[in-house]
Write a protein that binds this ligand. Structure first.
Ligand SMILES: [Zn+2]
Length: 445
């Protein structure tokens, strides 16, 4: 077998990628005559012409002369991946902000750090995050943007610049994020207008409501009606931070599902986190999951910061993994995507926008190894459908040739190493941009 580092991708972007092994989850359909292996991967030859996928054929199909052949000898070839939930605006601020490992610390640390956000500061840090993601093989990111009145215009302006600059490399979507309580005031409509003008998604976090009783419950119901009405009037999808809490009395998920049904909301609804779903009594969990399925809610789970933040108490080892009920959601047929969330900020000190690393950790945290391919879908086709971005997460004829080529033949081999030598291909060409050096952030400190 040729050494991985010796594989050459022809610079003109036209070639036959021969003897690829592609997990079937990345394909619209398995080509006739192809038999997937025990892990669900398909032996394929992929014809790339001018940076696009021209044909997906069973390995060994006789070819017309002329195209250079890149023989990958049965290595895993994936579509580039999506990160459905990030906070690019907050990221890369360590050590000027340092997390203390608590949710409150995340909130106050971010509040303080936001005072330092300028156009240039945001551009530098978001750009740094995007370069990390691109080098790792991520070609679509949905980021939440803190959208308090004081900084919303600036953050969305920087985001729009970077979205245009990065188009064709990393596709970008943004969610206007505020505590749901902001929708008590006129600012809710102003934010919804800004999001609509910017081509974004409306967001909100239920956590500001806190532990609730009858009265807070009523308030949450009213806020959800207002939030969904504002989104509906503008044709917006919504993406919420939900129940980032171990408090089973702050369980807003069933109220969200009921609100979606009551308002006959037509947009996509994505619920992020929902970690206390794993702690409520089983009958309540089953009822809630059934309700979410009826309401058409999709889920995003971000296990890496949750494992870090949840059930953290001084001098005591955590007893709970801090993550949502992923197996029960999947078994109910509900779409669940895996996201990276915070990266080197006041909430979470780690991360490099490497979705493969997030996937590898998720497989272990959630016990999603049987089969592996179901977990792989959660960073590819599943988020691709949720965010309506067909150019990432799937390999389709006519689509852009965006692949990750691994020095691994099986999913097991792939899951056991960090894959630092992966080859990323965008529009048929090898991505040679290095990971940015941390010293480039020095000016922001
Ligand atoms: Zn988040």
């Amino acid at each position: 077998m040729a050494r991985h580092q010796d594989i050459e991708i022809p610079a003109q972007g036209s070639y036959m990628l021969a003897r690829a092994r592609v997990p079937a989850v990345f394909l619209a359909s398995v080509p006739q005559g192809v038999v997937p292996d025990a892990e669900g991967s398909c032996p394929l030859d992929i014809r790339v012409e001018h940076g696009r996928v021209a044909a997906i054929l069973p390995t060994g199909t006789p070819q017309a002369e002329g195209l250079p052949v890149v023989d990958v000898e049965g290595r895993q070839v994936w579509a580039t991946l999506l990160d459905i939930h990030t906070h690019l605006d907050k990221g890369q601020v360590i050590p000027r902000a340092m997390p203390d490992g608590t949710l409150d610390g995340g909130m106050t640390g971010t509040f303080e750090d936001r005072k330092r956000w300028t156009h240039e500061d945001l551009r530098t840090r978001i750009g740094f995050g995007l370069r990390c993601a691109y080098a790792h093989g991520v070609s679509m990111i949905r980021t939440h943007l803190d959208s308090q009145e004081a900084n919303a215009e600036m953050s969305w302006e920087v985001f729009a610049e970077l979205r245009a600059e990065w188009a064709g490399r990393v596709e970008l979507q943004a969610v206007g994020l505020v505590p749901l309580t902001f929708f008590r005031t006129d600012y809710g409509a102003k934010l919804a207008d800004l999001v609509q003008r910017s081509g974004g998604v409306l967001g909100g976090t239920t956590d500001a409501i806190g532990h609730y009783d009858g009265a807070k419950n009523e308030e949450l119901v009213a806020l959800l009606d207002k939030f969904l009405t504002l989104a509906s009037e503008r044709g917006l999808d919504v993406d919420m931070h939900v129940d980032q809490s171990e408090d089973v009395n702050a369980f807003s998920l069933p109220l969200i599902a009921e609100a979606v049904l009551r308002n006959r909301f037509r947009g996509r609804v994505l619920a992020g986190h929902c970690v206390n779903l794993a702690l409520v009594p089983e009958p309540s969990m089953a009822r809630t999951i059934a309700l979410c399925r009826e309401a058409g809610i999709a889920f995003a789970t971000m296990p890496t910061p949750m494992v870090y933040l949840q059930d953290r108490k001084p001098g005591r080892t955590p007893r709970w993994r801090g993550v949502t009920a992923v197996h029960e959601l999947l078994d109910a047929g509900i779409p669940v995507a895996i996201g990276g969330d915070n990266c080197r900020d006041a909430w979470f000190p780690f991360g490099d926008h490497d979705v493969l690393d997030t996937l590898q950790q998720s497989v272990r945290i959630f016990q999603l190894d049987n089969p592996f391919s179901r977990a792989v879908a959660m960073v590819g086709p599943v988020p691709s459908d949720i965010v309506r971005e067909p150019s990432a997460g799937r390999i389709v004829v006519g689509g852009p040739a965006r692949f990750i080529l691994f020095a691994a033949r099986t999913l097991n081999e792939l899951m056991c190493r960090p894959q630092s030598d992966r080859i990323v291909i965008n529009q048929g060409k090898r991505v040679t941009d290095p990971l940015p050096d941390y010293s480039e952030l020095d000016a922001t400190m």
